[in-house]
Ligand binder design. Structure first.
Ligand SMILES: [Zn+2]
Length: 422
């Protein structure tokens, strides 16, 4: 790699830190040396005046802590820890903690995100070594504080991080597929590139069905089948935003598709209806719009957009106004293609599976915001309805729907060709 190559790699790495807010703490050697560590259990003790959070570990590991506001959260970053705890262990809160979740955040990096009931102060945090019949333990003590103090602490923490990132390069590129080499092939010969985006992943499980099905798992299974189906003809190139159970921030998903010049972006999800609507059935296809088609679509987009909050990603604070105006102009054309694809897809799916009434809807989904890539989000159905959950889990159903989606994509490209002629 020449000098120019190095410079551009550094730029990409820099851009990635901005886009994802990944903190700069781990190195590959650091994560490798702790692989095989198991977190077996976690518990909360205490009350609203002092709450202790404890995780049992098979050995001591280093950790990194930071806080986030709106909503208030504590984030614990660990090396590659394998969580072997009961799946619903974090659903019940106690004292100052309302819930917590855990999972793989990026390759070699695990994360616990603790939702707290209000502004808190980290009074103590340490790891106890294994010994005298006890496992190693990560311990965190929280006490209440006020919003002003919480935010002051957060500012200090940001300054410390900024200092650190001046001296180190981020290493998290490993979670993303390799950057493709520019090809010298003439533009006319380029095969269309389809990006499949299995929703959620890692620390963010997405919706959880009444039989325990996790959205992140079924959408990944489905996406793999769809990829295979699309590759059969040899006429399309297919990539995925994730191909393992790993968390990928929303903005990185679109950034990845744009950087690789995707011609179509398809985000795959499976919904859970709010209580009181537990008989909801059917698939829906969504395109991007600032204004939602209906209240349900708006609430769904809000739920889906929470992925980064769930995973404790630090969102950039700088104003995006100017970028938004430019994006709006480019998006109009893209939007027409997205809607065209949505109608094609629904035309195919209606012969195969149950669809919602008005199956093409729109809302403000973060993951559909690539200004120059026609993008669509598909909700396969409702995991909250047991009958439908069983279908979505079944390989036969997944295969049938994947075939149908693949045929719609093929028709789309026959009709519209590639969108990015470079
Ligand atoms: Zn989802």
């Amino acid at each position: 790699m020449g000098n120019r190559g190095l410079v551009s790699l550094q730029l990409i790495l820099f851009a990635l830190t901005i886009v994802t807010g990944w903190s700069v703490t781990t190195t590959t050697a650091y994560s490798q040396s702790y692989s095989g560590t198991v977190a077996k259990s976690a518990r909360l003790v205490g009350d609203g005046l002092r709450t202790r959070f404890v995780v049992d570990l098979s050995r001591s590991v280093p950790f990194n802590l930071f806080t986030l506001q709106d909503p208030y959260r504590i984030v614990v970053d660990l090396p590659n820890v394998s969580f072997q705890m009961p799946p619903d262990i974090g659903n019940k809160g106690r004292g100052l903690v309302s819930a917590f979740r855990y999972g793989l955040f990026a390759k070699g990096k695990s994360r616990i995100v603790i939702d707290v009931t209000g502004p808190v102060k980290i009074d103590k945090s340490f790891v106890l070594k294994r010994g005298s019949g006890q496992p190693a333990r990560f311990v965190l003590d929280l006490i209440p504080t006020d919003r002003t103090t919480f935010i002051q602490e957060l500012q200090k923490q940001k300054q410390r991080q900024a200092q650190k990132s001046k001296t180190k390069l981020p290493v998290k590129l490993a979670t993303l597929p390799p950057i493709p080499k520019p090809k010298s092939s003439p533009r006319a010969k380029r095969k269309p590139l389809v990006f499949i985006d299995p929703g959620h992943g890692g620390i963010d499980p997405g919706a959880v069905g009444s039989l325990g099905t996790r959205e992140k798992t079924v959408v990944l299974q489905f996406s793999r089948l769809l990829k295979k189906e699309l590759e059969k003809s040899g006429q399309l190139r297919v990539r995925m935003t994730r191909n393992t159970d790993v968390f990928v921030p929303l903005k990185s998903r679109t950034a990845l598709a744009r950087r690789q010049k995707a011609d179509l972006f398809l985000s795959i999800h499976a919904d859970s209806a709010p209580k009181g609507y537990r008989k909801a059935r059917g698939a829906t296809v969504y395109t991007l719009s600032e204004k939602a088609s209906d209240l349900e679509a708006r609430q769904l987009a809000q739920r889906e957009n929470r992925s980064d909050i769930i995973a404790g990603v630090q969102l950039p604070t700088e104003s995006q106004d100017i970028a938004d105006i430019l994006i709006d102009l480019v998006q109009r054309e893209t939007k027409n293609y997205s809607v065209s694809f949505a109608n094609l897809l629904v035309g195919r799916l209606k012969n195969e599976i149950v669809l919602r009434k008005d199956p093409v809807r729109f809302a403000n989904f973060q993951v559909l915001k690539a200004p120059d890539v026609p993008s669509l989000l598909v909700e396969l159905g409702y995991l909250s309805t047991p009958q439908e959950e069983k279908l979505i889990r079944s390989r036969d159903w997944q295969r049938k729907v994947a075939r149908s989606v693949a045929r719609a994509i093929e028709t789309y490209f026959k009709r519209h060709g590639i969108r990015n002629p470079y």
